[in-house]
Design a protein around this ligand. Structure first.
Ligand code: ADP
Ligand code: MG
Length: 324
């Protein structure tokens, strides 16, 4: 019988290369030593079986994803990730499952030098809640509220892929690519940090590009004019669902964990230099405008494009999956 103590020791108390950790797993709480000049940036996101991932999701992908969605939030603030804690709710102590979950978690943690410093393990329906701590220089975090009239609006990667990947059931190359985009989203950690000096506002698009851009516009007190034809649709998404559906998915799909950000004119050339060093595409999709209402107006050719109501509800039978 695996006790809670044994379980933590066996699967989660790994030696990890990290400075700034005074005391890790095994005491009542961890002790960390942030850089004296830095501000701490903290985010928590929980993922629940059957809601945020389908019940048949491989445990390696669940472990990876539980951290990825959190690193994406730190990326959107321009922060450097440092420490994570993990609250795990398990229906049973299945060692095979735990091994794969932990491997998925640490595979990603190791890429970004994140130390797992503690957590909690309880029994109940499957859920993983991760809290991440990152650092940023004083006053340097990129918020949602800093956009200004005339700023360009950009998005990283290929939004829409993840929601399609959640729904595909095929076995061709495009389906595999899309499924991977859902199971293993790449948090844009390095890109977020690099954008700290050029972006006026930033958000990660976990709930869909249109909805999340709406938060930036609301909090910045602006409207926006955007071009549906400029959306960076992947070839795989287009070939899998067709252009029209691909556009709708890119705008409302969710789960992409890409960054949407605004850049003032004076930083455009700096942005172009940065983009060359990125692992992902960066595409300009619109411009911030001063309007009474903080509304994103999408155009397709000469016409106003009506953005479909919501993502998951729209694309699947599973109405309860409306992202919270
Ligand atoms: P307490 O009862 O004092 O809260 P626990 O027995 O819950 O302590 O936890 C013991 C140690 O194991 C603590 O350092 C805690 O942070 C860590 N821990 C518990 N669960 C996990 C987990 N899933 N991942 C990483 N560390 C964990
Ligand atoms: Mg205690």
């Amino acid at each position: 019988m695996l006790t809670e103590f044994n379980l933590i020791e066996r699967f989660f108390n790994r030696q990890q290369a990290s400075g700034q950790l005074t005391l890790g797993i095994g005491d009542d709480a961890a002790v960390i030593a942030p850089d004296p000049g830095a501000e701490l940036v903290v985010a928590t996101d929980a993922i629940v079986n059957g809601i945020h991932f389908p019940v048949y999701t491989p445990p390696h992908a669940i472990g990876y994803r539980s951290l990825a969605v959190n690193l994406s939030d730190l990326a959107a603030m321009g922060a450097v990730p440092r420490w994570a804690s993990l609250a795990l709710c398990l229906p049973d102590a299945d060692t095979e499952w735990l091994e794969q979950f932990a491997d998925g978690f640490f595979d990603l943690a190791d890429i970004f030098n994140v130390s797992l410093i503690g957590g909690d393990t309880v029994s109940g329906p499957l859920m993983a809640s991760v809290t991440v701590h990152g650092e940023v220089g004083k006053g340097m975090a990129v918020t949602r509220s800093g956009a200004n009239e005339g700023d360009g609006i950009y998005v990283t990667g290929h939004p829409g892929d993840a929601v399609a990947g959640r729904l595909v059931e095929g076995t061709n190359d495009a389906d595999h690519y899309l499924a991977d985009r859902f199971l293993y989203p790449v948090p844009r950690v390095m890109e977020g940090q690099a954008l700290r000096n050029v972006a006026s506002a930033m958000i990660d698009i976990s709930d869909g590009l249109h909805a999340d851009l709406g938060h930036v516009l609301n909090q910045s007190g602006l409207g926006a004019e955007l071009d549906v034809a400029a959306l960076p649709l992947s070839n795989e998404l287009r070939s899998s669902v067709g252009r029209e559906q691909a556009q709708a998915m890119a705008l409302t799909g969710g789960d992409d964990y890409e960054l949407c950000f605004t850049v003032p004119d004076e930083h455009q050339s700096q942005l172009q230099e940065l983009v060359d060093s990125f692992d992902c595409a960066v595409t300009r999709i619109g411009t911030c405008v001063a309007t009474e209402e903080s509304e994103a107006v999408w155009r397709l050719g000469q016409n106003i494009y009506q953005v479909p109501d919501s993502g998951f509800e729209h694309f699947s039978d599973e109405g309860q999956e409306e992202a919270l």
